[in-house]
Design a protein around this ligand. Sequence first.
Ligand SMILES: [Zn+2]
Length: 340
Amino acid sequence: MAETKSRIWTELDFEKNGKQTGYLHLPHSVTRSAYGTIAIPCAIIRNGAGPSTLLMAGNHGDEYEGQIALCRIMREIEAGDIKGRIVIVPAINLPAAMAGARVSPIDDLNLNRCFPGNPNGRPTEQIAYYIETVLAPMCDAWVDLHSGGGSLDYMPYAQVIMSRDAKINNRALAALEAFGSPVSVIQAFSDEKTMANSAAVRNKKIYFGTEAGGTGSVNVDGVRLAYEGTLRVLAYFGHLSRNNKRISVPPPPKKTRWVEIASRDYYVYAPQAGLFEPKVKLGDAVKKGQLYGLVHFVDDPMRQPTEVRFKASGLLMCKRHPGRCERGDCLGHLVSDTKR
Ligand SMILES: [Zn+2]
C-alpha cells in the first residue's frame, strides 16, 4: 500500500461486476474552475473471478493508434463477453491527448518520464503516481499502446522491455507472441526508473506494448495491430473466449519476427542542425557504414551537406518524421534479428 493516497478519485468501483464507464478525476483548480477536475475516461469491465488486465493508451498524447483501438474496445466489450476484470484507459494523459502533444500542455511534463510520480506534484506526476500505486497493483498484466508521435514514424510493431525477473520476462514474451505482431521487438534490460516499464517492474507485473505508427497521424496497419493484438492477448489471458459470438478474436498472423535493439549504436542522431534528407526508406535493410542521409544547410547553400552513416547493420524500423533537425535529434533506429 502506498504511504500517501493518490488525490485522483473516481465514482467507478473496481471490484463491482458489470460494465462501468466513467472518469478518473484529477483535481485541478484553475481560474475557469475553482473546484474542477480533469476527467480522464476509464472503463471497468468485470465478470467474476479471473485475470485482471490494464489496457492503456495516450501515455503520449500525439500517439493515436492505441487511443482509437481502446475507445473501440471500450465500446464493444460487455461484461458478459469476459471473465475477470479489464480496466481500459484510452487517453491516460488526457490533457496531452486533447492537445495532440507528447507532453502535457498544463505542466510540460512527459508522463513516461514521471514514474513513480508524486501524489502532490504537477498533474502529470499525479497521473504517474495513480498508475504506479492504484492501476498497476490491481492488474496481472499491463498493455501500454504507444506509437511514434509527431517526431517519429514506426513500422508498426509490438515490444517488450526485459526486466531482471526471468519468470516475468518469460510470461511477457509469451503474451507478446500471443499479441501476434508480424514483428516483435525485445528491448534489452534497462535500469531506467522513470518510465512506465519501471513501474511495472516495481509492481512485478507483465508489461508490453506497441510502437504502432506515428508522424502525428493515424497509421491504418497500426490501428489494426493495436485493436486485433489487444483482442488476441485478451483471449490469451483468458478474458475472452475464442467462441464469443459478439467479439470475434482475429487469428494471429503467421509468425512473429523476433528482433532486438542490440545497442546504442542502433540509434542515429543528428550531428548538426539542418534539413535531413534520408537516402533509405522505413523498413529497408541497411549495412554498417552505409549512408543514411545528408544534413543540408539551406541558409549556406555552398556548404557541403554532412553525411550521416549507420553505425550498425539492421532494419530501419523508426525514422524521424519532420525534415528539419537540431543537433542531437534522433533520426531513427535499427533492429536486427534475434531469437526469443
Ligand atoms: Zn509513446
